[in-house]
Design a protein. Structure first.
Ligand SMILES: [Fe+2]
Ligand SMILES: [Fe+2]
Length: 217
């Protein structure tokens, strides 16, 4: 009886740890409809109204030639590229299946290109170039790296499905509501690539036994 209780307790602890990792990282980071994990620098208490303000072209925007939203999207996009490159490199070393290693390799290749493009636009406009993924993205990478064996493949693929759903929404927002032409066309160029990545991540997740329906909200 004691042994059985002990084993149940162990399982409960393991489930809690995995549950905490899940809710603490991927689910929490991706489930809110407003601020995104990449936008650590734009956490606000007044939600939508600030978003609308960001997207308006005020006096400063007219002088600089880009809106606060253009700047924010470009910086998030650079952080996102750095996140995808680090995650993709991790997947190439850690994944146990070819499809997940291939996903990682593809993300490294495509996001290296979009990182170069985004940095060129940022430098031209005098926008700061983030040197690292956002703090919550760094946390997500550390969290996913904790999973052993095949669990890594599932969690990494799941993370990439959710991340790309959010990436597509944000790039579309820039296309629809951005002000600066160069920043908007960067987002436009990104969109088909991001959609392709979402498909690849969904295929990888399905192939390693993940539940695609729960992750592609
Ligand atoms: Fe991303
Ligand atoms: Fe991507």
């Amino acid at each position: 009886m004691m042994r059985r209780t002990g084993r149940l307790l162990l399982l409960l602890v393991a489930a809690l740890v995995v549950g905490l990792l899940a809710t603490g990282s991927f689910a929490l980071a991706h489930s809110n409809g407003g601020d995104h994990h990449r936008s650590d620098q734009r956490q606000r208490s007044d939600g939508q109204s600030s978003d609308q303000k960001l997207r308006r072209c005020d006096q400063v925007c007219r002088e600089k030639g880009y809106s606060a939203w253009d700047q924010q999207w470009l910086m998030m996009s650079i952080e996102g590229d750095r996140f995808e490159i680090q995650g993709g490199m991790l997947a190439q070393h850690r994944a146990t299946t070819q499809i997940v290693r291939d996903l990682g390799a593809r993300l490294v290749k495509d996001h290296t290109k979009s990182l170069e493009d985004a940095i060129a636009v940022a430098e031209k406009l005098g926008i700061d170039v983030p040197k690292e993924p956002s703090p919550s993205q760094q946390w997500e990478l550390r969290a996913v790296a904790q999973f052993p064996g095949r669990a890594f493949d599932r969690w990494y693929s799941d993370l990439e499905v959710q991340d790309h759903v959010q990436d597509i929404t944000e790039a579309q927002d820039e296309v629809d509501e951005g002000f600066n032409k160069k920043v908007k066309s960067t987002a436009e160029d990104d969109l088909p690539v991001l959609r392709e990545h979402l498909k690849l991540a969904q295929a990888a997740l399905a192939s390693v036994g993940g539940n695609a329906s729960s992750s592609s909200r």
